[in-house]
Design a protein around this ligand. Structure first.
Ligand code: BES
Ligand code: ZN
Length: 855
């Protein structure tokens, strides 16, 4: 008890949530008496509750673990007058947050319904389901269908649900627990509910709104009403995936469903909208029409991903969500650049192999090739085809060919022939574009991030513009090479919609391929074309999507040693006045990677390179500042956070001290307007840059906020900052914290995402030391793969690649095999890049020149 004497601030073992205060003033004696009941969250195991009190006589105190339980009196009640604190000491540790209440939730996809009941657990074997649950009377019981009848039987109730339409086993679901809900209705009266933990219903409002509108929208788009009588969506506090589309009962992580006006960031809001739109798209695409076998998983996931953007674009037109879609495409291109990638349609012999293909190929490449096809066939044709596909296969199953069949019928194009090269073989092409004697020459080759050339060949929908978006040409590149005269290009365009164009001198005009980045391929321009494009970016002649594509392709080619780092850096200079959220985020991602690899290659270049990037970000940083600008766009709110976080990571002194000041205000007063949710991550990362073993207070403050908040998005924001510290010992401590009971299993992934370069060696050691525990705890799901990829993919030497390979060789299991191979390949690619950077003798001089040049 003495340890509490003389403390400046109260220890935060317990956090008050509500005071019920009764006072009885006696106006004759000028004394008062009273009673206070304080509802608490106990956030740390403790025998003490310590709070302020002064000049009071405490007659009695009791602790109730829950309202229905007996009160317990403290063994000691001490009022320390000089410190104005009241210490209640108990004989035992107070249980955290009172009595722990469990809930029950199912997750059957892909192949776990068989762990709940014997069944034909394959997606093509559909049947109806009539579920009955026997549960304690006070709990809520949910399943795919509405309740038909409830019978009470003592402390239990028997809940009978209506019989479902025919559906696949992996979509069956039940949930039992204590929840609150809020409710809305679609235009045709379908009842939609959002269930969440008691007391959090306000946070369900945004998702409910999106859901109601999305159902109306999909009904129109698919020309088919929502097939079930109700839709429930429910937030589950510990959930491996982001969300699961169970028919009529969609389960979510809290971060993917709940939105808090005050403490959620714009990025959190967007995530909720995308996930809800994705899961509800599955109600048609996946649930009503189901893939015939897991080989066609991409039909489910690629489509839902693509359609979710369609819906979000319609609901939030100012989010430019189709530009942001390029993050999906890049994610697909990155994974598919590995030799250890796989085709979209992948042979699955056993259901256990399915887990590993819930990956960027099925989701991101899948969604991207659909976007590519839509750009080729036209939006209306695609919509008509999808409606007819849904009608034709409703309550049944379909294969990839069935989708191509309707698209062929509606468009008159041989879609099967066009698409096979994209879905049946892995990888994608890079198109080499070269100007030769007034002719534009094309050559496709199978792009690999290793720099090697694969043996794939594709039917590539080439689009290009010449000097302006009005001069456009589209054609299919069916063979390895092709070419076209420039005059032909201009001439043909004269007959275009835009009327006759008169241009005397076109010799310096830019040529951009893959307009809007609608195609799933990369482009490598020859030097002349590349410098014209760079000029086009500087004169702001290209769209945001095209600016993104030029940068991302250049980065990928550079990482594959197909162009020098110096040339990438000079291209990056052309983006110094960039303000588009997606493009600038791409620039920042590229910067993180470049700083790391160049730093590994030539340590002495690091500081100048960081300064170079800080300079590039100045324009955006000055425009956006730290405070929200009234009426600003959603995208600016997201961009501010990204820029400030990057400035903190790259060590911009002013940003760091500003961040730390604002953080200190926030620690003092959680309601301060100085640190709104959108900039909190930046401040947390900044704080962690300055934390070390001798200066831990920022780290401790973050842990305190983590313990006190009950908003999952706030917790994940903190977890994703902790390991970004440059002090390896703190990184180690942060990683150990991830394995404690204070971090839910689902949340460890956030902590792994932010490991600093300085921390990567301890992280690898930590992973090896804790592998048995990690494998035991996470090994039955797909989250275990994240431990591997997050920890090792920062390495850049062949020795590390061998070490990783050797470590896992005796620990390999089918569920991690692909990830280990991909991660090792990734390290080798990094190693090769680092080697090639070392061979760029002029790099240091170039960086200096670019950094300190006046523009
Ligand atoms: N069907 C998946 C959930 C799933 C993932 C089940 C892996 C089994 C294994 C769901 O529709 C989904 O794709 N969820 C995504 C979110 C989405 C917005 C990309 C997820 O969980 O990340
Ligand atoms: Zn999905």
């Amino acid at each position: 008890m003495d340890e509490f004497r003389g403390l400046a601030r109260l220890p935060k073992f317990a956090v008050p949530k509500r005071y019920d205060l009764t006072l009885k003033p006696d106006l004759v004696t000028c004394k008062f008496s009273g009673e206070v009941r304080i509802t608490l969250d106990i956030v740390e195991k403790t025998k003490y509750i310590v709070l302020n009190a002064a000049d009071l006589l405490i007659r009695h105190a009791s602790f109730y673990a829950s309202p229905s339980q007996q009160g317990v009196s403290p063994s000691n009640i001490t009022l320390v007058e000089e410190d104005e604190i009241l210490v209640l000491e108990f004989d035992y540790l107070i249980p955290i947050n009172g009595e722990k209440k469990n809930m029950a939730v199912t997750q059957f996809e892909p192949a776990d319904a068989r762990r709940c009941f014997p069944c034909w657990d394959e997606p093509a074997v559909k049947a109806t389901f009539k579920v009955t649950l026997e549960v304690p009377s006070e709990l809520i019981a949910l399943s795919n269908m509405p309740v038909l009848q409830e019978k009470h039987d003592g402390p239990l109730k028997i809940v009978y649900f209506e019989e479902s339409p025919i559906m696949s086993t992996y979509l069956v679901a039940v949930v039992v627990g204590l929840f609150d809900y809020m409710e809305g209705k679609t235009l045709n009266g379908t009842c939609v509910r959002v269930y969440c933990q008691v007391g959090k219903t306000d946070q369900g409002k945004f998702a409910l709104d999106v859901a109601v509108k999305a159902l109306d929208l999909y009904k129109k788009y698919f020309a088919e009403p929502y097939p079930l009588p109700k839709l429930d969506m429910i937030a589950i506090p510990d959930f491996a995936a982001g969300a699961m589309e169970n028919y009529g009962l969609v389960t979510y992580r809290e971060t993917a469903l709940l939105y808090d006006e005050r403490n959620s960031a714009a990025a959190n809001k967007q995530r909720v909208a995308i996930v809800v739109a994705h899961e509800l798209a599955h109600q048609w695409f996946g649930n009503l029409v189901t893939m015939e076998w897991w080989t066609h998983l991409w039909l489910n996931e690629g489509f839902a991903t693509w359609v979710s953007y369609l819906a979000v674009d319609s609901l939030f037109p100012d989010w430019n969500i189709w530009t942001q879609f390029l993050d999906e495409t890049t994610g697909g291109l990155r994974l598919d650049g590995l030799a250890e990638s796989h085709p979209i349609e992948v042979e699955i012999n056993h259901a256990r192999e399915v887990d590993e293909i819930f990956d960027a190929i099925s989701y991101k490449k899948g969604a991207s090739v659909i976007r590519m096809l839509q750009a080729y066939l036209g939006a209306e044709t695609v919509q008509r085809s999808l409606a007819s596909y849904i009608k034709r296969h409703a309550y049944k199953n379909a294969k990839t060919e069935d989708l191509w069949a309707v698209l062929s019928e509606e468009s008159g194009e041989p879609v099967n022939m066009l698409m096979d090269s994209w879905t049946k073989q892995k990888g994608y092409p890079v198109i080499y574009a070269k100007l030769e004697d007034h002719r534009l020459e094309f050559e496709q080759s199978h792009f690999l991030s290793s720099g090697l050339t694969g043996d794939g060949q594709w039917i590539v929908p080439i689009t290009l513009c010449y000097g302006s978006y009005n001069t456009r040409k589209n054609f299919l590149l069916k063979s390895k090479v092709g070419d076209m005269g420039l005059s032909e290009l201009l001439h043909e365009s004269n007959f275009g919609l835009m009327g006759k164009r008169t241009r005397s001198d076109t010799s310096g005009d830019w040529i951009k391929l893959n307009i809007d980045q609608a195609g799933f391929y990369r482009v490598k321009y020859d030097d002349e074309l590349a410098s014209r494009i760079r000029r086009a970016i500087e004169t702001n002649s290209l769209s945001a999507t095209d600016r993104f594509g030029v940068l991302d392709d250049a980065y990928a080619l550079c990482a594959a040693c197909k162009q020098t780092l110096s040339s990438l850096l000079s291209l990056m200079v052309a983006y110094r006045e960039e303000l588009d959220y997606t493009v600038l985020s791409c620039l920042i991602d590229v910067s993180y990677k470049v700083v790391q690899m160049a730093g590994d290659a030539i340590p002495s270049v690091s500081n100048d390179l960081k300064q170079f990037i800080i300079n590039l970000l100045q324009f955006g940083a000055e425009k956006l500042g730290w405070e929200p600008i009234s009426g600003e766009s959603h995208l600016d709110a997201m961009l501010r956070g990204q820029i400030l976080t990057a400035l903190a990571v790259f060590g911009h002194e002013i940003a760091l001290s500003e961040a730390i000041n604002r953080f200190n205000m926030f620690v003092h007063d959680g309601n301060t307007p100085l640190l709104p949710a959108d900039t909190r991550k930046a401040a947390y990362v900044a704080v962690m840059q300055r934390v070390s073993t001798s200066n831990r207070s920022g780290y401790e403050s973050l842990l305190r906020i983590y313990r006190e908040t009950d908003l999952s998005q706030e917790k994940s924001r903190i977890l994703s900052s902790l390991a970004s510290c440059p002090d390896p010992e703190i990184v180690q401590e942060a990683l150990n914290f991830l394995l404690t009971s204070e971090v839910r299993s689902q949340d460890v992934v956030y902590g792994l995402a932010g490991i600093s370069t300085e921390g990567r060696d301890v992280a690898w050691k930590w992973l090896q030391d804790n592998w048995d525990f990690i494998s035991k705890t996470w090994g039955s799901g797909f989250l275990v793969t994240r431990f591997i990829s997050a920890v090792v993919s920062q390495f850049s030497s062949n020795e590390r690649a061998e070490e990783v390979e050797a470590f896992f060789s005796s620990r390999i299991k089918p569920s991690i095999e692909r990830t280990v191979k991909q991660s090792v390949e990734h390290i080798r690619i990094n190693a090769q890049w680092v080697k090639s950077i070392k061979n760029e003798p002029s790099l240091e001089a170039v960086v200096k020149e670019l950094t300190y040049r006046k523009y």
